[in-house]
Design a protein around this ligand. Structure first.
Ligand SMILES: *Cc1c(COP(=O)(O)O)cnc(C)c1O
Length: 390
């Protein structure tokens, strides 16, 4: 680690006394984990340093007050940077860092937005969408406008109608488990709510078309423990419900995302990831690399006769690529090969089986090349075995 690259902080004295294996990762894996997932190496290094000495304060980030000047600055910068990266500054939006994961948003959304005796419209595109629907049903009429459940969520439903009298429309931009991603979003006059847990900050969208975006941090933004909520303030305060403070977006906005002790470390590491993204050129720049990564892997899935993709091509996710072996009996060979190549985290979710390669922002293109090379080598090996056995 070159300390000279970090002019703003000086951890030299602490790091000099650490065992070398603390600061240099000798065998970094090609990490395809679906979440919590790979983050930029510099985020790991800077957050590790902040655990020892935060901002030259002589204190760890883990032991300071969330009301301290240094942490308030972290929170303010993180909230502002979210809006900046999404192109939502000055457009009536607030960014919040909350607890409870995306799963708590499944119920906070209807609590805050569904009127008493109101209704909401949901698109059912996978396990997470389904969990959101289940929570909404406890609050009022929940209309499922489209579902691909009968096809094990292999595609994104299209051409559905959204009832104009619903209080909001909810969708999931990227289906982490089934490997599908919405490429376009419906035009509607009612508020649009989107669970972007697994593709936030990965591609350019007109984010101002959304009234509420939420995401668990651990897929593309930071460590587990923080949940990002970006909400257009004008949609709040209309449900007529009494909302407990901890579950009220308006309360969290009023308290500047510090209603209670926020997940300090998760927010700090998220800020470091957002800074890394900004330094790289923001969402537009990372999207180009994400497109290259996805194109490289899908081309191999389609070319290689020993693999097949599970999602409809037009709806394939650039974040989570799901694929199967044509012949399951080859799994031990392929598994041994990717493990030997230093790949981690590609076994598929139990509801799809096979493999899932999650290519979040921090996964380098080189890691995808390693996987593709393994798939090619696997093809050659199996062909050779078949020839020898024939
Ligand atoms: C992982 C995930 C969730 C659940 O997130 P938690 O933070 O664990 O509650 C919800 N939605 C999507 C799209 C996800 O990928």
């Amino acid at each position: 680690m070159k300390l000279s690259q970090k002019p703003k902080r000086n951890f030299k004295s602490i790091l000099r006394n650490l065992p070398l294996n603390f600061i240099s990762v000798k065998m970094k894996k090609h990490n395809y984990s679906a979440g919590p997932c790979i983050l930029p190496q510099e985020v790991f290094e800077k957050s590790a340093a902040a655990i020892l000495d935060f901002n030259n304060s002589g204190l760890s980030i883990l032991e300071i007050s969330h009301r301290s000047k240094d942490f308030v600055a972290v929170m303010d910068e993180a909230r502002a940077l979210v809006l900046e990266l999404l192109g939502l500054e000055g457009k009536g939006y607030q960014a919040l860092f909350l607890h409870g994961g995306a799963s708590l948003e499944f119920l906070m959304v209807p609590y805050n937005l569904m009127k008493e005796n109101g209704k909401a419209a949901y698109l059912d595109t996978g396990t997470w969408a389904n969990s959101a629907i289940k929570e909404a049903k406890a609050f009022g009429e929940t209309v499922v406008v489209g579902s691909s459940k009968a096809d094990n969520y292999a595609f994104i439903p299209k051409g559905f109608e959204i009832p104009a009298d619903a209080n909001y429309f909810h969708c999931t931009s990227n289906n982490t488990i089934f490997g599908t991603q919405m490429k376009s979003f419906p035009e509607t006059a009612i508020p649009v709510v989107c669970d972007m847990s697994s593709d936030i900050f990965s591609r350019v969208l007109d984010f101002s078309k959304f009234d509420l975006i939420y995401a668990g941090a651990q897929k593309n933004m930071g460590p587990a423990g923080a949940t990002l909520v970006v909400v257009k303030e004008e949609i709040l305060g209309k449900s007529g419900r009494h909302i407990p403070n901890m579950l009220s977006y308006a309360q969290h906005i009023e308290k500047e995302s510090m209603y209670n002790t926020p997940p300090v470390f998760a927010i700090y590491a998220s800020l470091l990831t957002l800074q890394w993204l900004k330094d790289k050129g923001g969402i537009a720049a990372i999207e180009k690399i994400n497109n290259q990564k996805a194109a490289l892997l899908y081309a191999e899935i389609d070319r290689n006769p020993f693999f097949k993709g599970t999602a409809n091509k037009e709806d394939r996710s650039n974040m989570n690529a799901t694929f199967l072996l044509e012949d399951e009996s080859h799994a031990p060979i392929f598994d041994a090969m990717w493990k030997a190549a230093g790949i981690s985290g590609i076994p598929g979710h139990r509801s799809v089986g096979g493999y899932r390669a999650s290519m979040y922002n921090a996964l380098p293109l080189e890691s995808v090349q390693v996987l593709v090379d393994v798939m090619k080598a696997f093809e050659n090996k199996v062909k050779l075995v078949e020839v020898t056995e024939a």
